[in-house]
Design a protein around this ligand. Sequence first.
Ligand code: SAH
Ligand code: SF4
Ligand code: F3S
Length: 442
Amino acid sequence: MSKSYFIETYGCQMNVADSELVSGLLTREGFSETKDIHTADAIFVNTCAIREHAEDKVHSRLGYYHQIKRKNPKTIIGVLGCMAQNLKEDILESKPFVDIVLGPDSYRRLPEMIRERSNESSHLVDTKLSRFEVYDDMFPSRNKGINAWISIMRGCDKFCTFCIVPFTRGRERSRSVEGIVQEAAQAVSDGFIEVTLLGQNVNSYHHEGQKFHELLDAVAQIPGLKRIRYTSPHPEDMTQDVLNVMAKYDNICNYVHLPLQAGNDEVLNRMNRTYTKDQFLARVNQIRNTLPNVGISTDIIVGFPGENEAEFQETMDVMEVVKFDSAFTFKYSSRPGTKAAEFDDHVPEDEKQHRLERLIEMQQKHTLFRNKAIVGRVEMVLVEKESKRSKKQWAGRTDANKWVVFNKENAKIKDLIPVKIMDARGITLHGEIVQIQEMEAA
Ligand code: SAH
Ligand code: SF4
Ligand code: F3S
């Protein structure tokens, strides 16, 4: 009988895409995936190191795997991904039940390692980072759904001083346009209708002279692909060319995730974010001028070392000016090995918490403001799933990435349909499907 494996994933969408890559690889090598952790021959966890909290979760999962292994000592336990690098020492010293540790550039070795491990060798570890590995020739095994995640590049060279990613994922490198287009076309023939192009810094994508806007242009021409999203661009590298391509194609979503991180120039400088507050604001204007009704979301960190109240206030000021459609907000978490971890003057936890709460409150107002602004409009919505609140309703997203719920009527999952926005409550929009006759009459 073939060996079975169970895999679970923490962290960003790039990890989701990587786990699908690993599943594809293992399936091709004759292993079979199981959803039952207790009967699996091998258990893998794809890990994230972005904040301490993310690492804590993985540690607690490892404790659970240990219990499973006590009952079934033959179970192979493997730690993959971004924590592999810094967990290596810890695991070798204090977690003898972990059999395999593999960094994000070493997944090709997994089948071989499972086989070796079955012969009872010692820990198998490979956390070397590569300058070249992009897995361009490997096809992922995706979970069925609406959206296919496609990694277009790996690593990051930005070295924001708070961020662990350049250390866990290594140097930036891009896949070929052909490889990406082929994968997206395959996803469409497998039944996906949306793709999200992924990278830590997608707009610095470049491969053999081709840049991100050329890639976007090529992907947008794939027949049957209803929607294209991408994440995350860096504000510094956003170009007019990219915005022009977004404006040119209906199937490229009218949505940009533009991480601000902080609003004060000193803090931005200490973060090594390479733009000032004014440059960020100018970028927002440029985006809104080219793409009317664009949805803009952001990431913000509060309590970066040395951030005082006045500096924090400037982050709130930028938010007030931009009024983002949504924001992911984080308390700074010190990551050993990064530059900022060595900075003095760490902001006390309760102060970080207080700033975070103020930020969240402000963002809720802005989200509601932006959502209310589209009440009365007809938006194209992709039917994605049943609403959590009612079996009679669908939930789907607008082009600008806003969730709308509406009565099912004759619509079905994967339909892209016109929905009239009737109401905005909290972060969710409520709408009604517009019948085609009504649209023609209007
Ligand atoms: N490459 C993306 C971000 C990836 S990490 C970009 O540059 O936009 C996602 C978000 O996590 C970051 O935007 C940042 O807001 C947050 N983050 C990263 N490191 C962090 C840390 N040490 N503490 C708190 N938040 C952090
Ligand atoms: Fe981290 Fe900055 Fe790279 Fe984003 S751009 S992954 S925040 S180093
Ligand atoms: Fe986490 Fe690695 Fe993504 S650290 S956020 S899983 S790139």
